[in-house]
Design a protein around this ligand. Structure first.
Ligand code: FES
Length: 196
């Protein structure tokens, strides 16, 4: 009897669309090549988070399969290993997100100090629920676990900038400020400012 290969896959997991061909820009390639020298040559994979950030930022805020393949080539591992990392961390996206991603911490310290009310204010202001992007494509709202600044709760991380001790009113005003001035409205973390 002639052998017929199976026509099913064990896993129902769907691979992300490949997207357009992706390679680092010359500037990002230079940055990656410099960062990777900080790791022992046999632990090149340790640079994966930085490599993914570069790719995600270059690609407008999310990672395509082509971008993950490129990262795999750069750090010399398999694409599956890169996908494992991407699917584990909440700060990597495989679908388009807003220009500003609002990550509201919902873990204990922030919850006790009013994170839920901050989220409610942001939902009302943007007309969306957590996990959604507003109609203009500018803001994506997420609830995330501890951001590591519990003593300055409640905390909202916007892209990679920190906003701490935020009241709901301040959170609402912050949206107005970003709409008016973009990233110039970012304030940075208190710890950094207090050291100045
Ligand atoms: S509980 Fe929110 S930063 Fe730790």
């Amino acid at each position: 009897m002639e052998y017929a290969p199976a026509k099913f896959h064990k896993s129902a997991r769907k691979l992300a669309p490949a997207g357009e061909t992706f390679t680092y820009s010359p500037e990002n390639q230079r940055r990656f090549d410099e960062i990777v020298t900080r790791y022992p040559p046999d632990q090149r994979k340790s640079a994966i988070l930085y490599a993914l950030y570069l790719a995600q930022n270059q690609n407008g805020g999310h990672l395509t399969a082509a971008a993950m393949d490129h990262v795999a080539e750069q750090i010399r591992c398999t694409s599956a290993e890169v996908e494992d990392v991407v699917s584990y961390y909440t700060m990597f996206f495989t679908k388009p997100v807003g220009k500003y991603v609002l990550n509201v911490c919902r873990t204990l310290s922030c919850a006790l100090l009013g994170a839920e009310r901050v989220t409610e204010e942001l939902c009302a202001k943007l007309g969306i629920k957590p996990g959604e992007t507003d109609a203009s494509g500018t803001f994506t709202l997420l609830e995330v676990e501890c951001l590591g600044a519990c003593d300055r709760a409640p905390v909202v991380m916007v892209n990679d900038d920190w906003h701490e001790r935020l009241s709901p009113e301040q959170a609402g005003k912050f949206i107005d400020d970003i709409r008016a001035g973009g990233a110039a409205a970012f304030t940075g973390c208190h710890l950094h400012k207090e050291k100045k």
